[in-house]
Ligand binder design. Structure first.
Ligand code: PRP
Ligand code: MN
Ligand code: MG
Length: 181
């Protein structure tokens, strides 16, 4: 079975690069929603760390909520089917909502969630994704706030997992190409 640590991880974005970019996005959100209240709506589990850091770079009034959707599972491939496993705790009707995601990949997750949340008639609905892999997109969806655009490489750390591990890495790292499935 897979070892508990990964050998020779290449850092794609360091904790400092991430912190700087997250701070910029926070300042942008403060400007865009000045004088208003927002809901930061995180998608478990990958977005947890980005949401925690982004929230602390936002000065305007804000609340948190979380949803969970069916996951990729243990492999690197998407099953394509998205299902809601945990709904919001508080109604989002009439609220300014920002869906917070770690990564926008095929877009299936955010496309599903965006359509679902739109039906709840929020006052506004935007997406913040720390990473964007546009080359992988299967449906037409874009984020309003993007941290970094990246090529088609499997990334982990800063919330992102391989078989549920390595979410706790402070940097965003590249999966070794020879790592066992
Ligand atoms: C990952 C990631 C996004 C989604 C992006 O979540 O955190 O939520 O996949 O992929 P997509 O654009 O192709 O839909 P995952 O399903 O692995 O669950 P996790 O957040 O619990 O790791
Ligand atoms: Mn996720
Ligand atoms: Mg995952």
């Amino acid at each position: 079975s897979a070892p508990v640590t990964l050998p020779a991880l290449k850092v794609l974005f360091s904790r400092q690069q991430i912190a700087d970019r997250v701070a910029e996005i926070g300042r942008q959100i403060d400007r865009d929603y000045a004088g208003q209240s927002i809901v930061l709506l995180g998608v478990l589990k990958g977005a947890a760390i980005f949401l925690a850091d982004l929230a602390r770079n936002i000065s305007i009034d804000c609340t948190f909520d979380f949803v969970a959707v069916s996951s990729y599972g243990k492999g690197q491939k998407t099953s394509g089917a998205v299902k809601l496993i945990k709904d919001v705790d508080q109604p989002i009707e009439g609220k300014h909502v920002i869906v917070v995601e770690d990564i926008l990949d095929t877009g299936l997750t955010l496309d599903f969630l965006h359509k679902l949340f739109q039906q709840h008639q929020p006052r506004s609905l935007r997406i913040a994704a720390l990473l964007d892999k546009p080359s992988r997109r299967m449906v037409k969806i874009e984020a309003d706030y993007v941290g970094f655009k990246i090529p088609n490489q499997f990334v982990l750390g800063y919330g992102m997992d391989y078989a549920e591990r390595f979410r706790n890495l402070p940097d965003i790292c590249l999966m070794p190409p020879d790592y066992p499935e």
